[in-house]
Design a protein around this ligand. Sequence first.
Ligand SMILES: [Fe+2]
Length: 253
Amino acid sequence: MVKVSEFVKFMDNIFKINYFTDIVKNGLVLSLDLQRRINRVGLAVDLTPFVLRKLIQKNFDFLILHHSPMHRGLERITPPKSNIIETVLNKKISIYVSHLPMDCHKKFGHSHILAKKLNLTESKPFPSKKEPFGVIGKFKSDLKKLENLLDSILSTKAKKILNSPTELKKLAIVSGAGGSLIDAAIEQGANLFITGEIKYSDFINSLENNISVWLYGHHNTELLGLFELSRHLKRKFDFEVVEVIECEIASQC
Ligand SMILES: [Fe+2]
């Protein structure tokens, strides 16, 4: 069985965590014992109460998160956050975070996976070379086919802002909360924007710029990379369990 320290090295090597300037700390963020052997690995978008219960019920000893459990910073560790962290430490569960490094990863980035599944042509990462967490490209078939494919890949129906474009030029994909990239997508010729959620001001921006936006949920659009990573870990290690744990609000957000 692999030790926490060895597994962290393996993960750091995949995600190149020091390369990115992120709003949260990536890499190993919580562990009591780096020499502890790992056998049961969970993957989740967030450490919600339901995910925590599952970790305990199924005796997981390592959790890979997309969103940091300390997403608001480390200045106050008080209840209920301190209760969650206390439970994690008592159960000797180590937590590893891959946020932006996962988003930007060609193999494990949610948007990149979705673009591949849609077989986008002329696809390219955007908005920048250093942090390409979105993908822009062309879809070779009609809009109905695109919608059916997305509904099936993401197991839900989109909430649509503005009618679908009559003629699809380019589409941009940004998993999670992608509203800040709507302008960049327009600049690069997209008239359809696919993301998880947007803010009210982004909603107004999309109306002003006449770009259609399809929302498939923040949590929902950020499971793809976790499933891909879980398959990779199963191939690379002989863990007893590797499992993606969907949170209790998965179908609503
Ligand atoms: Fe996210």
